[in-house]
Design a protein around this ligand. Structure first.
Ligand code: MN
Length: 738
């Protein structure tokens, strides 16, 4: 092993720190703050003095680099820099949160606590799990700096991922794509988002990454020439108008090219929008920005024909992440569509650095759009009683997809996720408006509730006091807000009706002279195959449940008749004319149901996580092996969900009895001493079949048996029939209803 040159190392560490300080010049720091920063540096150096990174270098280089990213690339201030320097101390060293609070203050301790929680959640080598995602979002809503520092941390880890073990690399990369890149995007950290995506792709598919990189390089010269030629008349004209500006030809990121190639299934050569042209104007004042941008638009479209459908005005209506820009796509003389992005220097800064750049332009801190977003996150988390898997879906849908902007009749603007319906809009106006929504007028035309809205639509909601939410509304609403309000209201409605059902049930038991208190509601639920007591009462009230079957329930419960053992009984039966044997049902063996309709489909349990009954699971539709069932906490979950969300299918364990259906078999054969034994043995050996009753007739040497069985699906039944045919003496088997 090479000797470590400590002296050289300390020199390098100090240099790194000085690099950080010069990158942090923008942070208005007084002497005291500088002192605190230095203290943070020394505390971190001391704490990590024995730690080394996988690459072999002293650990302290990592927190310094993270702090530098915070300062230089995100534009954060002193508090964040201090926290970034200390971000791994509480997690990995002797230093405690109390130490931090004492030495640096409450805010710092809070942020580091948040960071420690997240790393406990994410870096814990099991990779991120659905529940952890939620935790991260909760932390996010406490102090956004936590997540910004975490993104910086992740960025540095991705930049230095080469020295990690391959399996860890892949996990970190998929997590980055699934969580950190969208988060960075949402926070408006555009260049960091692009870099995270590119680094992840490079790690996951190095050959693909390299191939695209090489092709981009090869075509660079041609592109540059094209851009020069294309922009030259525009430049001349803008100069003539006396505008100060900069023109850039920017190629798309490798990740987004790859994304386009895979989603559209086209080769590199067919990706037509490899680059965009950006015109950045140095406006004299903020008041002139908008008209400057439109002036440039006017010049551009004087030379080239625009595609009106692809005009995007994010200046009049900025995106929630703060993005402002004017995008147009115009036809070049060579017959190629070219995207032109027009924005001012301020807008460009915000687009690149995002949220943090706002500080530079807006006194008093966080922009209101951003506040709004944080509130949305909070609302989402607080109202959620759904499974985390659903939550992630909703969350990604609501917060990571692009938005549309629609207007109220008064001209107020509301933003909604792409694909939102008129009903979603109604719920954003007010819960009561949503609940009573009858229909809508979009741009003065009457449309159904499910009508999908487009940007720019003006929407008027029609309501009626008599309207109440319907079950099928859930099929087309997109926003989490609408969904949870509808569900809530449906439950309310159900509860009301259910009350009547309970009265009916109590009356029925009275008729049977059974005290209601002695009944196990749980057993009654599984008897009627309903998931909850509310559902039970509700279905009784709407006459969906047949109460005449209650007697049967009592028989099965053994209240009216004693339980009997099947084998003995069968022996005694032999030779008798006819009899019915009640069979005690084994309760509650869990089985897996899949999809929204809770069907019993064929599946395999994934080898990577070996789910067992009771685990929270989901199905994944594989290309060649059908449905594979994974635990939600499976290490592959992140990768599967992030790359193949559309192949994920719901799955859950329910009691076997709930899924089984009752069917009968008529068995005809030659009367023989062994035949009953043979039949019962086959049935009890069949794992997925439960016997409900048996009866036998024996007449003149001809044996006729009737068996009622609970099976889970036809394949089990077919199998049972096949095996029964093997019993000696059995001649014929028919499926019967009763
Ligand atoms: Mn770290």
């Amino acid at each position: 092993m090479a000797e470590i040159d400590r002296e050289k190392e300390s020199k390098e560490i100090l240099e790194a720190y000085e690099g950080l300080l010069s990158a942090a010049k923008h942070a208005k720091t007084d002497g005291a703050t500088q002192e605190r920063m230095r203290t943070a540096f020394y505390v971190a150096v001391e704490a990590h003095k024995n730690d080394r990174r996988k690459s072999g270098e002293p650990y302290i280089f990592h927190p310094i680099a993270v702090a530098r990213i915070c300062a230089e690339e995100i534009g954060l201030g002193a508090t964040s820099i201090i926290c970034a320097l200390l971000h791994d101390t509480v997690e990995d060293t002797e230093i405690t949160l109390e130490d931090i609070q004492e030495q640096f203050g409450e805010q710092e301790a809070l942020i580091i606590d948040g960071l420690t929680k997240i790393s406990g959640v994410v870096d814990n080598n099991v990779s991120i799990q659905a529940e952890n995602f939620r935790k991260i979002l909760l932390t996010l809503s406490e102090d956004v700096r936590v997540i910004l520092i975490k993104i910086a941390d992740r960025l540095h880890n991705m930049r230095t991922i080469g020295s990690m073990r391959r399996d860890k690399q892949l996990k970190i990369a998929s997590e980055t794509l699934f969580l950190y890149a969208p988060m960075a995007h949402r926070l408006g950290l555009h260049s960091i988002k692009l870099e995270l995506e590119d680094l992840s792709l490079k790690c996951q598919h190095p050959e693909v990454f390299e191939e695209i990189q090489v092709k981009l390089k090869k075509t660079q010269e041609v592109r540059a020439r094209f851009i020069r030629k294309f922009t030259s008349p525009i430049k001349d004209e803008l100069e003539r108008k006396g505008l100060k500006f900069e023109v850039k030809g920017r190629s798309k990121s490798i990740y987004s090219i790859w994304n386009k190639m895979t989603t559209k299934n086209i080769p590199f050569e067919e990706v037509y929008d490899l680059f965009a042209i950006r015109i950045i104007i140095d406006s004299l004042s903020e008041g002139e920005e908008k008209s400057d941008c439109w002036q440039v638009y006017s010049v551009v479209t004087d030379f080239y024909q625009p595609n009106i459908e692809r005009l995007r005005d994010w200046i009049s209506a900025p995106k929630t992440n703060g993005y402002e820009s004017l995008h147009t796509t115009v036809m070049s003389p060579t017959g190629k569509w070219v995207e032109v992005q027009i924005r001012t220097r301020r807008m460009d800064d915000i687009a690149e650095k995002g949220f943090a750049a706002h500080w530079k332009y807006k006194e008093g801190g966080v922009e209101s759009q951003f506040d709004k977003w944080i509130n949305q996150v909070r609302e989402l988390l607080e109202n959620s009683d759904e499974s985390t898997l659903d939550l992630i879906g909703d969350f990604k849908l609501n917060l990571f997809t692009d938005e549309i902007y629609v207007f109220t009749p008064n001209g107020d603007m509301k933003s909604l996720p792409t694909g939102a319906s008129a009903l979603d809009f109604a719920f954003t106006v007010h819960t009561q408006v949503g609940v009573n929504c009858l229909g809508a007028k979009v741009n003065n035309k009457l449309v159904p509730l499910s009508h999908q809205l487009n940007s720019g639509d003006q929407v008027e909601i029609l309501t009626s006091k008599n309207q109440t939410p319907k079950e099928d509304w859930l099929n087309f609403v997109q926003t989490h807000r609408a969904k949870s309000k509808i569900k809530h209201s449906l439950n309310e409605e159900k509860r009301k009706v259910a009350k009547e059902g309970k009265v009916i049930l109590e009356r029925e038991f009275k008729k049977l002279k059974i005290s209601y208190e002695n009944i196990s509601l749980k057993e009654l639920q599984s008897f009627y195959k309903v998931p909850s007591d509310i559902e039970l009462y509700y279905e009784i009230a709407i006459n969906k449940i047949d109460l005449t079957k209650l007697k049967e329930f009592e028989v099965r419960k053994g209240v009216l008749r004693p339980k009997r053992k099947i084998t003995k009984r069968v022996q005694n039966l032999f030779g008798q004319k006819k009899s019915l044997v009640p069979v005690t049902q084994k309760m509650g063996r869990p089985v897996l149901v899949i999809g929204d309709n809770m069907e019993k489909l064929d599946y395999q349990l994934a080898n990577c996580c070996n789910p067992i009954p009771g685990n929270e699971v989901y199905g994944f539709i594989t290309v060649t092996e059908g449905i594979k069932v994974h635990k939600t906490s499976c290490p592959n979950t992140v990768q599967l969900m992030s790359n193949y969300a559309y192949r994920i299918i719901k799955a859950s364990w329910i009691d076997e009895q709930d899924a089984a259906f009752l069917t009968g078999l008529k068995i005809i054969g030659i009367d023989d001493v062994g035949i009953v034994n043979g039949i019962t043995q086959i049935i009890s050996n069949e794992h997925n079949v439960n016997m409900r009753s048996l009866s036998f007739d024996s007449l003149d040497g001809v044996f006729e048996g009737r068996v009622m069985v609970l099976v889970q699906d036809t394949s089990h039944l077919t199998n049972l029939i096949k095996n029964l045919k093997g019993v000696s003496g059995v001649k014929k088997i028919e499926q019967i209803d009763k």
